[in-house]
Design a protein around this ligand. Structure first.
Ligand code: ZN
Length: 260
């Protein structure tokens, strides 16, 4: 039986092939066709370029040195802390990340039509996964599985919002302050485009972890946001995957990460 396609696959199919999202059979058929088709080869080349552009806006590979340094530092610290809490990775690159303004190149494949928890407003947040393999933007409408060793960076487009805060909640309801670690929410970096919070995060342990980014007009005390997160966790029947928006003013974006 011939595995050849009689006509060009759609651009969508080619982009899914590039992203490794096609079932094996379809991937083989599509790849076989593209191998002898200039037009489809060009589409695949464009997809590769777009991914390269997307990744170069936020180079995770630079964090590898930071990861190692963080690990060395952590070895000297209390090991018990490691197992239950997220750890900061890449403080060396914090400054570089602060001045890095990412070009808003969004991957076509990750455009989600619906959002699990997204309150209305012009401000938006983005969760980028990288560190192992191709970078991707986490969707908000479905849980996002993390592979071992993958790192997370958080970005935001503040629109008219003035402050940003991020925290996470694990399956047991433990709330961890991410940005800032204590005190009030941080003033946003002004200007258009996506601004990336410094450093990358590695979520240790296993199970689900909800990450929340809050963009607000007034500063919010981290303690108050954490209390609102605990309240939402209790109200969900202690099910982190069922949590509703926190009872705080501002635009919220939630993601569910499934730790390896
Ligand atoms: Zn073709």
């Amino acid at each position: 039986m011939s595995a050849q396609l009689s006509e060009h696959p759609t651009e969508w199919t080619l982009r899914r092939l590039h992203a490794g999202e096609l079932p094996v059979d379809e991937a083989t058929r599509t790849r076989t066709h593209a191998a002898t088709c200039e037009q489809c080869t060009a589409v695949l080349r464009d997809a590769a370029q777009a991914q390269q552009q997307f990744e170069s806006a936020l180079p995770f590979e630079r964090f590898e040195a930071g990861v190692k340094q963080a690990e060395e530092r952590l070895r000297k610290e209390d090991l018990a802390e490691r197992t239950s809490r997220q750890r900061w990775v890449g403080p060396v690159f914090a400054l570089a990340a602060m001045v890095l303004v990412a070009v808003a190149v969004r991957p076509v494949l990750n455009t989600s039509l619906s959002a699990g928890v997204r309150t209305k407003g012009g401000a938006e947040a983005e969760l980028r996964i990288g560190g192992e393999g191709a970078q991707r933007e986490a969707r908000t409408d479905v849980p996002e599985p993390l592979k071992a060793g993958e790192l997370v960076r958080l970005g935001y487009s503040p629109d008219a919002r003035k402050y940003v805060l991020a925290l996470s909640v694990d399956a047991a309801g433990e709330v961890t302050p991410l940005y800032p670690e204590a005190g009030q929410s941080l003033p946003v970096e002004p200007g258009p485009g996506t601004h990336w919070l410094p450093g990358s995060l590695e979520f240790t342990g296993s199970g689900a972890e909800r990450v929340v980014v809050l963009l607000s007009d007034a500063p919010v005390e981290m303690n108050a946001a954490m209390a609102a997160a605990r309240q939402s966790f209790e109200a969900s029947g202690r099910n982190v995957e069922q949590m509703k928006p926190l009872d705080v003013d501002g635009d919220q974006t939630h993601w569910m990460l499934l730790k390896p």
